[in-house]
Design a binder for this molecule. Sequence first.
Ligand code: NAP
Length: 321
Amino acid sequence: MERIKCLIAGSGPAGYTAAIYAARANLNPVIYSGMELGGQLTTTTMVDNFPGFPDGIDGNELVSRMKQQAERFGVEVRSGVITKTDFSRRPFVLTIDSDNEVLADTVIIATGASAKYLNIPGEQKYRGSGVSACATCDGFFYKNKEVAVIGGGDTACEEAVYLSGLCKKVSMIVRRDVFRASKAMQERVASKSNIEVLWQCEPLEITGDGSGVTGVNILDKKMAGDESAVSVNGKGGVVRSVPVWGVFLAVGHHPNSEVFKPWINMDGEGYIITEQGGPRTNVPGVFAAGDVADLHYKQAITAAAAGCRAAVEADKFLQTI
Ligand code: NAP
């Protein structure tokens, strides 16, 4: 069975940075890229806050440069998803794509996080035919049409701004009366005349005609005092329909940690708990970096930094065994 000194799971900024550091320390790292090659950066547009790019850089371009840099140091990037783990003994045993077992002396978990869905009626039915979690991937299909973005965080604002350049109108459905997004993002939204923010509105159902989306039914909580108001899940408001061709979900992310659950300590949401917020997990030799272990910052730059720390710790660990 193949034995890998440093196996890195995930191909976002945490995984590539870990790989660059591990390769330069002669750990011969191998990356398994996972389901979303390149991670969340590939679903974003312009990244304006990664140092070193004064004019900003496209997310795909940034991650592809990280890959090139890792490959320059001999990192092997393999496509493959880790489907089973056995961390009960060393070397660890990992199963790739359900049938290929490899051994690893150290593992860096950099599997990131994926978009959350709402679990409301119509969402699964129209996934791929009107419901999307990636404006840069699917926005093109809604050129000059009306769309909705659900959420009020940085992702929602970024998606709305991107879509405003393509679509006739973007309705942002925000459940509170404030954004969660940063001030800079809020200002970008405010500068677009074709974005309308529907404050205090909860999405209830995505409606369609069988082949595509026709609208979103929302509970407008601002109208709780109206005579036509009803109560839904204990919240008062008026149910109304927003006619749109596409619905973009931007309601946060969940960590991709399921396959490590039998061995690695996690919180209730599946975020990996590390020692003092550093890269060490409860299993010596297994490290975590990036969004899979970061409930707070979730930035490309913090993920990259965590990847660096994980590789440095993996190197130290290998010197002790
Ligand atoms: P987020 O910050 O967790 O925001 C999620 C948004 O979705 C919130 O507005 C939340 O409302 C709303 N939401 C959650 N569940 C909902 C539901 N069931 N119905 C309706 N609305 C719901 O997630 P994010 O925007 O994906 O951002 C994640 C992290 O990445 C953040 O740290 C963010 O700063 C970062 N990020 C940064 C950039 C950048 O700097 N360029 C770009 C994208 C993301 P509430 O506010 O009411 O909870």
